[in-house]
Write a protein that binds this ligand. Structure first.
Ligand SMILES: Cc1cc2nc3c(=O)[nH]c(=O)nc-3n(C[C@H](O)[C@H](O)[C@H](O)COP(=O)(O)OP(=O)(O)OC[C@H]3O[C@@H](n4cnc5c(N)ncnc54)[C@H](O)[C@@H]3O)c2cc1C
Length: 258
């Protein structure tokens, strides 16, 4: 089985700051690119002069235009590129992968995340207006209007810059009644804590949740990138659940860091 994902060249056509920490980039080109249609799908992005990928949710793919909403934080390979005028730059995009898969009987969605998760949460909510949707959003900026009107959203402030308190928030949750689906993404240590909580305390079956480490808070040196694509494909080929695959991804990133 090949572990190489298809790649596409794309050109940045528009750059629109949405808030202080979120920049919208609209790309075209991408000959042969096809969306999976799954609303949390992500692509790898390699920016000019770099060879390492970073991963971004497909906020939309419409009439050949790919929209990515990129968080700009203190320092980072893509952050520093996206802060500048990058219009006209040619980037490399990998084929999309996805994870969101609510069980057929789900009557509600509970979506939790930090700013990096907002593009996926917005697209999931837009795609599934049929489900009662609760969102817990830990964001440093005013994102009014970013999520569709039908969602029941609780806005939370991060405890401090580069920190997240989402695990404690989820541990204190009153869960909606009946069958539903829990989707969460953000800083990896928080996600590891939540996986344990869901398994040991809430007792949710793994088919009823997806918990994804989108980035790792590190002090000092930069993390080496670990591509979720090959981990994902190998996990799927081995018949693993989404949860097992994301736990493998966290473990691979820990190994690459140490
Ligand atoms: C499946 C998937 C989908 C994702 N979708 C999105 C998306 O739609 N939009 C988006 O912005 N991000 C998204 N991310 C997260 C994004 O890939 C990471 O935040 C990535 O590390 C950003 O790259 P960078 O080059 O800016 O920083 P890096 O060069 O990777 O990191 C530099 C430093 O910044 C720190 N850092 C990294 N990310 C953050 C952050 N968000 N806040 C504070 N500090 C940080 C690191 O700990 C490191 O010390 C997604 C990740 C995955 C796995």
């Amino acid at each position: 089985m090949s572990t190489r994902a298809a790649q596409f060249q794309a050109t940045v056509r528009r750059r629109e700051p949405l808030t202080d920490h979120l920049v919208r980039l609209v790309l075209d080109g991408l000959d042969g690119f096809e969306s999976s249609g799954v609303p949390d799908e992500w692509v790898g992005l390699v920016v000019p002069g770099q060879f390492q990928s970073r991963y971004y949710t497909v906020r939309s793919f419409d009439r050949g235009e790919l929209t990515l909403d990129v968080v700009v934080h203190d320092v980072g390979l893509v952050t520093e590129w996206a802060m500048r005028d990058c219009i006209g730059d040619v980037v490399t995009i990998s084929e999309p992968k996805s994870s969101f898969a609510p069980p057929p009987g789900a009557g509600w969605l509970l979506l939790v995340g930090d700013l990096t998760a907002m593009p996926a949460i917005a697209r999931i909510a837009e795609t599934r207006p049929d489900l009662t949707t609760y969102v817990l959003a830990e964001v440093p900026d005013d994102l009014a209007g970013y999520l569709p009107d039908h969602v029941d959203v609780t806005w939370l402030s991060p405890p401090s810059a580069g920190q997240s308190g989402l695990a404690a928030v989820v541990e204190a949750l009153d869960w909606p009644e009946g069958e539903g689906y829990f989707w969460m993404a953000g800083e990896s240590a928080q996600m590891r804590a939540i996986r344990k909580h869901l398994m040991r305390v809430v007792g949710l079956p793994t088919s009823h949740y997806d918990v994804m480490g989108y980035w790792r808070a590190t002090t000092g040196r930069q993390p080496r990138a670990v591509d979720p694509g090959p981990v994902w494909r190998a996990g799927k080929a081995a018949g693993k659940s989404d949860e097992q695959i994301w736990a493998d991804y966290d473990a691979a990133r820990e190994a690459s860091d140490g």
